[in-house]
Write a protein that binds this ligand. Structure first.
Ligand code: ADP
Length: 519
């Protein structure tokens, strides 16, 4: 039996402390609320609850019973699943701290084990004299909303996982295609077929870029984007970025001016990701500028910051679009660049990468047709310089002596096409498709260079490398690890296994040839 209480209608409900100043029964008011509601006295004993509260709790607590102090629910949990004692619930806190707690999520477990999620709104109640006389807690059941949210999150997670798998699978065929194109370019007799091969090469590059963006989106949304930091010189990053963007800039007939810093600027950053940032900005400048435009790239030091600017004479950015420019999937005008366009991911990725480096990026434009400028700032490091372990670009040298090379990859097309390409470039090449075969073949062939895929059957790349290094001839071999873009580089493991260099798939034939020439 519910007991009549002496609680009365509050004068002020939405702001300030709850104060009672007339005799209207409070219960009638709470009865009509479309939510669970209950009151406690100043000691936390329950003095009233409505029918909605009973539905939420799945039970009826005993009024004025110390066993049901502060809350009528069977058990309570925080949203992370940790249990909450009744004397730590929002009602208890409101009475103890004499303040309101509004809209806090809490999980209620009923005696039958069912769990519901509610929003608690707990407030202390004072009489006209300002004395604490109790508290009221209104519980809004949000279980359905929570379930929909969880379902959405799960669907989003599944979508991201699918995206990552898709990108990964799409990426694999690109390495053999690029190697096969190189082979045909070397052997191609006619200018027509050479130009056709150029088309395939350009488009494959473009596809690789799009797929890499897709992979990165999946990583951003699941917070799996990682930096591989090291002490780097900004000039090197600029050089790598320009190399990557040069084909597009040339294809669009633009003139690019690069102003590198006269003195070295060092940054503790991920060289691959920083080069990706700059080349992304350069590619955008090339894409969003009418043919034959101008692009400027510069890097300077300002105090403790490196400032990198990419400016163009292109279509510019309107003031309406400007605030959204760094948001994912923002594209001002899809018709401008047609098929050479992107996914509207580039700038949000750039922003995220720069922020991960502790820096910031801003954009400015005087409006449509007036060009754009993107300014990147990243903190500089002190002047000492350690050699990067991950290779992005290697300076060309003249020598082209034949080299004994062992290519190991479980993707047969990748291994065979790269092997054939290296052979056509005048080297002596053997190919293996798993770890054990690689070790056996290496012993027999004693290569000068071993290109080892890391994800191999029978014996992984690290184990194979260790075994090869143990051979007397293996001490002098140049070992190059090859990993998928998605795999993180375990440097400790890589060093222990004895790798000298690290390349990412798909291995760019040009980068590899230059590396070989430099040996
Ligand atoms: P995408 O290029 O794939 O569309 P981005 O995230 O790189 O995606 O760029 C988002 C949008 O910002 C572009 O669609 C374009 O409208 C605008 N934008 C980016 N860079 C420039 C630039 N240099 N000049 C004019 N507009 C640009």
């Amino acid at each position: 039996m519910l007991e009549e209480t002496t609680l009365r209608l509050p004068k002020v409900i939405t702001s300030g402390p709850l104060v009672f100043d007339n005799e209207l029964p409070f219960r009638a008011f709470l009865e009509r609320l479309p939510a669970g509601a209950y009151t406690c006295d100043a000691d936390g004993l329950i003095t009233y609850f409505n029918q909605h509260a009973v539905q939420l709790w799945g039970r009826k607590p005993t009024l004025n019973d110390p066993k049901d102090r502060f809350c009528g629910s069977f058990k309570l949990f925080a949203m992370d699943g940790s249990p909450i004692l009744h004397d730590q619930c929002w009602m208890a806190l409101a009475l103890k701290n004499l303040r309101e707690y509004n809209g806090h999520e809490i999980m209620i477990e009923r005696p039958d084990g069912q769990r519901l999620t509610a929003l608690a709104h707990a407030s202390p109640i004072h009489n006209e004299l300002g004395r604490l006389i109790g508290g009221v807690n209104v519980l809004v059941d949000i279980s359905d909303r929570k379930r929909s949210e969880d379902a959405l999150k799960e669907a989003d997670r599944a979508k991201n996982e699918f995206l990552a798998t898709l990108a990964h699978e799409l990426r694999n065929p690109l390495a053999p295609i690029r190697a096969a194109v190189k082979i045909l370019q070397i052997q191609s007799p006619t200018p027509e077929s050479l130009s056709a091969l150029d088309v395939i090469e350009r488009q494959t590059r473009q596809m690789t870029r799009l797929i890499d963006d897709l992979l990165d989106v999946a990583r951003i949304t699941s917070n799996k984007l990682e930096l591989r930091r090291e002490r780097i010189e900004l000039r090197e990053v600029l050089k790598a970025a320009v190399e990557t963007s040069r084909p597009l800039i040339e294809q669009r007939g633009h003139k690019l001016s690069v102003r590198s810093p006269s003195a070295p600027i060092h940054v503790d950053g991920d060289p691959v990701r920083l080069a990706q940032v700059i080349s992304n900005l350069l590619n955008n400048a090339a894409k969003y500028t009418e043919r034959g435009g101008r692009i400027w790239l510069s890097a300077t030091r300002k105090g403790n910051e490196a400032v990198i600017k990419v400016r163009d004479t292109g279509i510019g950015i309107s003031t309406e679009v400007m605030p959204q420019i760094f948001q994912m999937f923002t594209q001002a005008d899809r018709t401008v660049h047609g098929s050479s366009g992107g996914l509207g991911i580039g700038l949000s990725l750039v922003k995220r990468l720069i922020e991960m480096h502790g820096g910031a990026i801003t954009a400015q434009s005087d409006g449509p047709g007036k060009g754009s400028e993107f300014i990147v700032r990243v903190p500089t490091a002190s002047a000492s310089f350690s050699q990067p372990e991950i290779l992005t670009e290697v300076g060309a040298t003249e020598s082209t002596k034949p080299i004994r090379i062992l290519v190991v990859d479980d993707n047969q097309d990748s291994a065979d096409s790269l092997g054939l390409l290296l052979k056509l470039l005048g080297n002596e090449v053997r190919v293996a498709h798993d770890g054990l075969e690689a070790v056996a073949l290496a012993n027999e062939f004693q290569p000068r260079v071993v290109l080892l895929d890391i994800g191999l059957p029978t014996l992984n790349g690290f184990e194979a490398a260790e075994r090869i290094r143990q051979q007397p001839w293996g001490k002098q071999a140049v070992m190059i690890a090859v990993t998928g873009w998605g795999e993180s580089v375990d440097r400790q493991r890589s060093k222990k296994a004895g790798f000298d260099y690290h390349l990412f798939k798909p291995v760019d034939p040009d980068v590899l040839t230059r590396l070989l020439q430099s040996l």
